[in-house]
Structures are given as C-alpha cells and as structure tokens.
Design a protein around this ligand. Structure first.
Ligand code: HAM
Length: 436
C-alpha cells in the first residue's frame, strides 16, 4: 500500500502540542475579555443547513461554501461563519430569550478560499454579539472589548502610549452603511441592489477602481454612478463626512455618538471614520468596522464586525437589532509572532515518577495517583531508560520534581524525590506511606 499523504488537507492546520499551547493562550484571552464584559459563551454545530449561508446578493462567502448532501439528502455545509447560526438560535428561542443578550463564541469556520498569508480554509473566530440593543452603545462596547484584548496581548493601543505623534499599532476603521444608503437611495439603488453594491465595492482593495466599476456595471450601475460611489469611499473623518450627508442622517448620527462613547472608554484615539470600509457580507445594515494593524507585514483586517438589524427578518422571522464582530486566530497570531510578542509557552508538567523497572510500575502508579489528587500534573516515565536520559527528558518537559523508584526503594518503603531545574541537586527520601 502506498503511504498516506502526511500533509493536512489544503488550507487546514495540524496543531502539535507546542502550537496548541499558543491557541489555548489566545482562546483564554478571548474568553477572559468576553466574560469581563458580562458575555456568556454559546456554540452551534459546525454542520449547518446550507441555505442559511446562501444569499442572493452575491456574498463571496456563499461561493466559498464547503457544502454537500448527506445520506438523508439534506443540503448541509460546514459553517463559513457563525452569525447566521446565531440568528437561527435567536429566532428559535423567540420571546423566551431575555434581551438584550450578550453572547460570545469561538467557532471553527471553513471557507473554500485561495490560501495565502493570513488566509486559510479553516480558521477559528472569536465572536461577540449583542442581540436586542439598537443603541450604538452596543458597537462602542464591542469595540472596547476588542481594544482590551489587543492591549492584553501586548499591542500598543493605550492613549498614554500614543502621544507625541506615536501611532497606535492597531486602529479601528469605522463606517456606516446608512451613509452609503443615503447616496444610493438618491440613485434609486435600494433593497437587494443596495446589498449587491456593498458586496461589489468591498472588493475594491483587491480589484481596483476599474474592476469595481466593472463589477458595479454587472449589478446595473452606470459608470457615472460608479464614479460617484468610488468618490464617496474616499471620505475620511466626521467633519468631511458631515459635508456629504444631512446632519440627521442616521449613520452620521450613530458615528458621532460612537465617537463620544468611545471617548468614555478612553479609546476614541483609535477610531478612524473611513468610508472605504464596507464589509463583504450583505446582511450588515448600519455601523460597520474593521480592525487594522498598522505594524507588521500582513496588511489585512485582523477583525471585522457590524450591525445587522434585518438578518432575522431576511431568514423569515421578525427583525431584531443585532451587532457583533468576528476576530480570526490566523492574522493575529501571525502578527504577534512577527512582532515577537507571543509569550514563551514551554511544555509543563509538575512531577515525573520514574519506576526503574516494570516491577515498580504498580507502586509508581499509586504515587502518581496520590500526587494527582493533590492537584499536580504528573506523568509516569515507564521507559526504563538510563537515568541520565530520564532526568534530561524530565527537565525538557518542565518538571519541578522527579520521583525515583527502584527495587531497593520499594523494599525500604521509600521513594527518592529529586528537585529539578535548580543548579544544586537536591534529593530527599520520602516514606511511601506519605502517598499510599
Ligand atoms: P468576516 O469579516 O468574514 O466576518 O470574518 C471575520 C474575521 O475572521 C476576519 O477579519 C478574519 O480575521 C477572520 N477570517 C475570515 N476568513 C478567514 C480565512 N479564510 N482565514 C483566516 N481568517 C479568516 C464574519 O465572519 C462575520 N460573521 C463577523 C460578525 C460577527 N459580524 C457580526 N457578528
């Protein structure tokens, strides 16, 4: 038989223990930050009804579905994102759900994408969403949580670090689909066509102005309209924006409020009003934002989010205000690695018990069990290798103590405890009755 392919499926990752330590560290930060904002964890199955992700606005994500028919002829997909599942769960609970709900999750998502730096076919995504709160206070709180995470992992975001022209390492580019909506309304572009236009212009960074104009033409936009839309995308800052939309435009009002609330969190210096941010998902209806690193060589969004008040309605239910974000594990880890900010996460076990031969295995197991009951992490080294190797291995495994057990020790009712890691060898004999 020829050997199996040793590589993981294209675009997916194997996580060896050293990689898993990094993931566990990252997830612990995500969980801690979400919980510190009073969010509760939830999850759904990675396997979903494909129809949940099939949107007619032409979302890129729909074309990237890992979908198939199961043995019962159900059309299923590996979820490319969690948001539609969240909407489904909210709709299924109906009036029984106490609103507003603050939920977070760490789903694995699958997208059949061109693999490149920062982009895989499988990734994990920290999601925080607020359900049932129409106020822009929700957006401000979600951004504050993202900032707190960035601060905790050592990125320069604090106002006190960003003085005298020092730029923060991460910024939040924020826009509003209601601002764009105001313009497109004036051009008679509403409803489904509005969503289609959003999906087209989100590709601008990748396909350039000419490409975007061509894409816009496919959804019925004239070259003049396309040019006007592209000009609008160059607007930066609240003052410039105020020149383009009426003072009572809901998007402008929300962005002003967001700026004020961000100040109350001490994070307004990180917010950049930038109309080029559209987001590629058609369901967003209001404020949208992307988190960008200003350092490092991967120049792509670290995270993205927005308000999607009509998704439940689009899925056949009643509209519920919802807003949230997704923060992927791939780009942030590559960025932190590049900046040398990933912590050293050595292998760690507390104690190793070393029975010198198989005759001592039963006593060694009892000692290990007693230590584990004390809350220690204990491995038994059954290798029977030479003592020098056992010590070396125990030290590389990060053990603090080695318990040595030969036939003489068992006969004498003792075990030798050796302290590892220090410069001086410390050994003492402990009675087996301490453990057994
Ligand atoms: P998204 O912008 O498609 O939004 O994805 C959010 C984040 O997930 C991205 O900024 C990126 O960090 C990461 N990500 C997405 N695709 C990949 C990939 N192929 N490889 C690596 N990382 C990736 C959403 O998914 C929305 N559902 C987020 C949301 C939650 N909006 C409201 N609530």
């Amino acid at each position: 038989m020829s050997q199996i392919d040793l590589q993981p499926v294209k675009g997916t990752r194997d996580l060896y223990p050293e990689d898993m330590r990094v993931r566990t560290w990252l997830f612990a930060h995500w969980r801690d930050v979400a919980r510190s904002f009073g969010f509760e964890e939830y999850d759904a199955c990675v396997l979903e009804h494909a129809e949940l992700f099939i949107r007619k606005a032409g979302d890129e994500i729909t074309g990237q579905l890992y979908d198939f028919r199961d043995k019962g002829d159900r059309h299923l997909a590996l979820r490319p994102e969690l948001t539609p599942s969240l909407a489904r769960m909210v709709m299924a609970k109906g009036a029984a759900l106490a609103l507003p709900a603050r939920w977070f999750s760490l789903p694995q998502c699958f997208r059949y994408e061109e693999t490149q730096r920062g982009r895989k076919r499988e990734h994990y995504q920290w999601n925080m969403d607020i359900v049932g709160l129409g106020s822009v206070a929700a957006e401000a709180e979600l951004i504050a949580a993202q900032v707190e995470f960035c601060r905790r992992v050592g990125l320069t975001v604090a106002a006190s670090d960003c003085v005298g022209g020092v730029e923060p390492e991460v910024i939040w580019k924020v826009s509003s689909r209601q601002v764009l909506g105001h313009f497109l309304d004036g051009m008679g572009i509403t409803g489904d066509r509005f969503a289609q236009v959003c999906v087209c212009i989100d590709k601008r960074d990748k396909i350039g102005d000419a490409g975007t104009t061509a894409e816009l033409a496919k959804v019925g936009t004239t070259p003049e309209q396309a040019a006007a839309i592209l000009r609008l995308l160059d607007v930066r800052g609240l003052d410039q924006l105020a020149l383009h939309v009426p003072a009572d435009n809901a998007g402008l009002v929300a962005l002003r409020e967001l700026h004020e609330l961000a100040a109350s969190f001490g994070i307004d210096h990180l917010i950049r009003i930038d109309l080029s941010v559209i987001r590629g998902l058609s369901y967003y209806t209001g404020t949208v934002w992307e988190v960008f690193a200003q350092v490092g060589s991967i120049r792509r969004a670290v995270a993205g989010g927005g308000r999607y008040d009509k998704l439940c309605e689009q899925l056949g239910g009643t509209a519920i205000p919802m807003v949230g974000f997704g923060f992927g594990d791939v780009v942030i880890c590559e960025l932190l690695a590049e900046l040398g900010r990933l912590p050293a996460l050595p292998k760690k076990v507390d104690d190793i018990v070393f029975p010198m031969s198989a005759l001592e295995f039963p006593v060694a197991n009892r000692i290990a069990a007693a230590l584990r009951r004390q809350g220690r992490q204990v491995a038994v080294d059954y290798s029977g290798r030479r003592f020098k190797h056992v010590i070396e291995r125990a030290e590389t495994d990060g053990a603090a103590r080695l318990f040595i057990l030969g036939s003489n020790e068992v006969r004498d009712g003792i075990v030798v405890e050796r302290t590892l890691g220090g410069t001086e060898r410390q050994e003492r004999k402990l009675p087996l009755t301490d453990f057994i």
